[in-house]
Design a protein around this ligand. Structure first.
Ligand code: FO1
Length: 322
């Protein structure tokens, strides 16, 4: 029996979390590292908030609210409710008492801890490993960088806004004309090592533009992955021309890409050799191959743990270990 390969999963939020759940069923969590998008990170109420890291942690801890897909189940919102009185007196232009980004009472504990540890000089990588340990998870979770690297979305209605302004405050309901990334393009050494040394790299079924894109925007990521593309496999986040969750399909169209598995193949062909697609897109498998990738068809809608586990098994089997 060959040793279980070490696997690094390039990850966004909800889709990546569900894929990782299946992967941790399939192989030893100690063999798994996730390099996670922090372009969604935001500062509110003086707190440092890392939504994609927290979505993965809560999901793998089986603590997440199943309807929302983010935040914790059985959550209460007392603190957020108590902010309402201050909205009335808040000066124009102040971000204090912001209430469009919902922070549950239990969720606040995570932001308190992360913010306090960062203020003490800990890196986001260090704090993330502490939070992962606190939830008893066996995998390694790495932010893509320890520096600030923010996704900026250009909308037709408000111009440039932060990712959370776009996704939550504007309910991603406004057309997008550009996405770019601000701040240091500094891939962390740990994340770099995780992407170079793993026997297999998986690109999780996350938004190619605003979840995987920020990680690819860091110096070195695309060079690392293209140099080892034979052992890089991507799982399409688009099924039947639609995203399983969130605005990925519409954003792809708005930004000039084809919102299909072929469009995903065009975005990933230089860094991955295999694209996993759902049977709904079996008729497009040849078009994916024409983009220079192998195409494997297997159920990708992770509606049950068994489907998620099988998807993980098929994904790992798709690329030869080095
Ligand atoms: N998503 C929402 O749609 N509405 C919210 O109020 C909201 C709050 C929130 C708080 C903490 C957190 O970790 C995530 C939160 N999300 C919320 C999800 C967040 O916008 C993620 O960035 C998206 O899920 C995309 O990954």
């Amino acid at each position: 029996m060959a040793a279980t390969p070490t696997v690094t999963v390039v990850s966004g939020g909800v889709g990546a979390a569900r894929f990782l759940n299946g992967l941790l069923d399939a192989i030893d969590p100690a063999k798994v590292t996730a390099v996670v998008n922090t372009g969604d990170d935001t500062q509110l109420h003086g707190l440092s908030i890392s939504p994609d890291l927290d979505t993965i942690i809560y999901t793998l801890a089986d603590a997440t609210d199943p309807e929302r897909g983010w935040g914790l189940r059985n959550e209460t919102w007392t603190a957020m409710g108590a902010l309402e009185r201050f909205e009335a007196v808040r000066p124009e232009g102040s971000a204090a008492a912001t209430r469009w980004f919902n922070l549950g009472d239990q969720d606040l504990a995570t932001h308190f801890y992360r913010t306090a540890r960062l203020a003490e000089g800990a890196s986001l990588t260090e704090v993330t490993s502490e939070i992962v340990a606190a939830w008893g998870l066996g995998l390694r979770l790495l932010p893509m960088t320890d520096e600030r690297r923010a996704t900026v979305v250009t909308t037709t209605t408000e111009g440039d806004v932060s990712f959370q302004d776009y996704f939550v405050r504007l309910r991603h309901s406004v057309p997008v004309t550009d996405v770019r990334f601000e701040g240091a393009a500094q891939l962390s050494d740990t994340a770099r090592h995780a992407m170079t040394s793993a026997e297999t790299v998986v690109i999780a079924p996350s938004n190619p533009l605003v979840s995987i894109g920020p990680i690819r925007s860091l110096d070195g990521t695309d060079d690392i992955l293209s140099a080892r593309r034979d052992s890089v496999v991507a799982v399409s986040p688009i099924v039947g021309g639609a995203a399983l969750k969130g605005p990925a399909a519409r954003m792809m169209t708005e930004l000039g890409h084809e919102a299909s598995v072929v469009g995903v193949a065009r975005l990933y062909a230089s860094i991955a050799s295999v694209l996993i697609v759902d049977p709904a897109d079996a008729d497009l498998a040849d078009a994916v191959v024409a983009e220079g990738m192998r195409c494997i068809v297997t159920p990708s809608i992770m509606s049950t743990p068994k489907i998620a586990r099988t998807l993980a098994d098929v994904t790992l089997a798709a690329v030869s270990t080095r």
